[in-house]
Design a protein around this ligand. Structure first.
Ligand SMILES: Cc1ncc(COP(=O)(O)O)c(C=O)c1O
Length: 450
């Protein structure tokens, strides 16, 4: 069923004069204005839904098998802060054991809510700042060392690597700690051949960016509360409203509503399975051309092109010249994100473009420097709200980071506020060509005058 779409469409067709916001009055400026309404009578309220939004969210909740699903028109970034807020309200404290490959929104949420974070650095060396292979054993080791209100993981990561959420959830359950998953890249994982959605694998809460992998408009996301964890949902809307705008976009709500109908009817879920098969085939064909592919996320194609003598950035430029734009590239990797909406001929075009790229002698790009734990000097919150100054990576050595630095596109912080920037961190900053870092103003290495 389409609840929000039906309302907006019939309002649009009616002769009602719009003496309400927005100022465009439904008249075309960019072209989408007719559907862009506000919380008028009958349109429901996002943070206190009783009507069409409630019904649409309930439909989405049924699709995902959740206890509750909340729409966000401000991305997973809003859902991440909400998940942390829910834990803080329930436990009256926020001690988080978190995988280090988190998105910047997590750090922002921690700063706002004054979280105390212990990082999980994986036993096995990470392949990139964007990616870390966190295992159930890494979590167990972390939980053995302290007392925590929740565990927070990011999976899938930007490169398409996935944690074993079932095993991680089992460990969390053993220790009686809720597992929160940033599943921003995996909204579609419920509908793949094997259901790989974090909620189905035992997570207590997760966020999905609908816009990243489903045919939804940018900014749409969902916060899911797992069945069996209903108590986490009671104040979820109230908490979300503390971080969210009081003007949710109905363009985005309508987009979520239409996609919830498409998922409920099954047409889109079939297309996701078709896309999964097409991606698998394409990955095999890319491998046969001599390119190495990595990662296990069903709808991502991550190429490590060093075996063909190319960096990720060079490969991105070669593809760009052939009419293909990728999601992300760096020195080592190139990430392509097809979806259920990618047509078969586009996969063909990708393979033939890769086939036409001249290969050079294999050259290892040289290992990317890996982050090592930095010592914490002050809380994330104290550093985030402190006066700061911008310095070069070399000047930042030994200083306290004041703003999460995520110069590299996936917004995974290389340095986290409140931590003393160490040598490895400086090497990673340089490797990502980040040349300015915010450090706390009133903190200088020992011996230096203030
Ligand atoms: C892993 C991860 N988490 C969270 C986010 C934030 O999602 P959104 O852009 O929907 O707010 C992103 C965005 O790129 C992301 O890559």
């Amino acid at each position: 069923m389409r609840y929000i779409d039906d309302f907006v469409t019939s309002y649009n067709k009616s002769a009602v004069r719009r003496f309400h916001m927005p100022g465009h009055k439904g008249r075309p400026v960019t072209g989408c204005e007719a559907f862009d309404i506000t919380e008028i009578s009958g349109a429901d309220y996002l943070f206190e839904p009783q009507g069409i939004i409630k019904k649409s969210e309930e439909q989405m909740s049924q699709v995902y098998g959740s206890a509750a699903t909340l729409y966000s028109t401000e991305g997973s970034s809003l859902c991440i802060k909400t998940m942390l807020g829910i834990i803080k309200m329930k436990k009256q404290s926020l001690r988080v054991l978190a995988g280090r490959n988190c998105h910047k929104a997590f750090i922002d949420g921690c700063a706002l809510l004054d979280a105390d974070v212990s990082w999980i650095y994986p036993e096995k060396a990470s392949c990139s700042v964007c990616s870390s292979f966190i295992t159930a054993e890494d979590i167990r080791r972390g939980l053995e060392c302290g007392s925590f209100d929740c565990v927070y993981l990011t999976s899938p990561d930007y490169l398409g690597f996935m944690a074993d959420i079932r095993a991680c959830a089992d460990v969390c359950r053993e220790y009686g700690v809720p597992l929160l998953v940033d599943n921003a890249h995996g909204a579609y994982l419920r509908f793949t051949e094997r259901d790989l959605h974090p909620l189905s694998l035992g997570a207590s809460m997760c966020c999905d960016s609908a816009h990243k992998t489903l045919p939804c408009l940018t900014g749409t996301a969902m916060l899911h509360i797992a069945a069996g964890h209903e108590e986490l949902g009671y104040d979820a809307k109230r908490i979300m409203s503390m971080f969210g705008s009081t003007s949710p976009s109905y363009l985005l709500l309508r987009s979520l509503d239409i996609v919830s109908d498409m998922l409920a009817c099954g047409g889109l879920t079939d297309r996701i399975k078709d896309a999964e098969r097409a991606v698998k085939k394409t990955r095999d064909r890319i491998g046969a051309l001599g390119f190495e592919t990595v990662g296990s996320e069903p709808l991502k194609i991550t190429i490590r092109p060093s075996c063909c003598g190319l960096s990720g950035k060079e490969l991105a430029q070669e593809l760009r010249c052939r009419g293909i734009e990728c999601e992300y590239s760096d020195r080592e990797y190139l990430v392509l994100m097809p979806s259920a909406m990618t047509e078969q001929d586009e996969f063909e075009q990708l393979v033939s473009a890769l086939d036409g790229i001249p290969k050079k002698a294999a050259a290892e790009p040289g290992p990317m420097p890996v982050l090592s734990p930095c010592e914490r000097a002050v809380s994330i919150r104290e550093a985030a709200f402190s006066p700061c100054e911008d310095v070069s990576p070399d000047e930042a050595l030994g200083r306290i980071c004041a703003r999460s630095i995520s110069g590299c596109q996936p917004a995974v912080p290389v340095a986290v506020c409140g931590e003393i920037i160490n040598k490895d961190c400086v090497s990673v900053l340089k490797a990502y060509a980040i040349d300015r870092i915010s450090v706390m103003k009133n903190n200088r290495p020992k011996g230096e005058q203030i």
